[in-house]
Design a protein around this ligand. Sequence first.
Ligand code: RIB
Ligand code: CA
Length: 323
Amino acid sequence: MKKLPLIMDCDPGLDDAIALLFALACPDEINILGITTVFGNGPASQTQANARRICELAGLTDLKVFGGCPRSFFMRNPTNDSTYMADIHGETGLGGCKLAVPTMPLGPQDSVRFIIDTLLNASEPVTLAPIGPLTNIACAFIMEPKIKTNVKEIVLMGGSMGLGNINPSAEYNFSCDPQAAYVVFTSGVPIVMMGLDVTRQIQTSEDWLQTLTKMGTPVAQAVVDMLSYFYRPNAILEPGVKGGVLHDPNVIGYLLKPELYKGRHVYVEIDVSPTIMAGRSTVDWYHKLGKEPNALVMNQVNAPGFFELLTERLSRYPNVRAQ
Ligand code: RIB
Ligand code: CA
């Protein structure tokens, strides 16, 4: 596999943290140009600090991490007036993990500026991997539309064909900023959409956490510390699941082994109405609308194959070298 130039845009968040560790364990396949952060599972001040905590945990303190948009275009960030994500990710955003306050520097620019500058100066097309609200990506496309030609594809976690999670209509990332999701899905840039229909199939278990405990490395133990939060007494999980769902790591699983996934090129429309439908992704799975497909929407994953890949990559720590 040719080394893939990648920008990860995230809101760590427990599953974001695993996605970051997954990607950082693959320096021969993925060249992380930068990690941009955004509000979402917590305020922007927390998500940028948590991204740096994860880089320090991985021993990769020379990576570039940037702070991003602190709120959505129009809507109030649901985390402002909802304990939804704090219930799932904990007040720290990383469950019960006690990673120290980070000391590695935060990048000098904001996330949007970094995305624009990196794409403007890219010598080859760059893949974007947004796994939180799409506010940074949308802002970058609005501020400097010509960067779109330097994006190879956007592989994102968000949306759903069926039920949402933050409410029956919408998935959390799209619900946080429906207008940003609308900008991305009308951008003309190739999109791979990892929605809830596929990500819900990737649920952790206490047995899998046992496997990690047996690895006996600091990273594996930190992952256990973080994800055990899903198994605390009276844990609040997403509706309809039994374990902690690893939504975001599916983006990295796809980048490393696309053959683990199955989906369809279809038309997707984002609802921006100020109603309960805000952020809803309508997926025209049977091509009823006669509109040009704008996304490859995944609906199947080889879950055992995914966990085999993730476990093997996590087992590579602490010997992962800086890029
Ligand atoms: O709906 C799941 C998404 O919302 C994931 O990205 C999770 O981290 C939260 O941000
Ligand atoms: Ca996320």
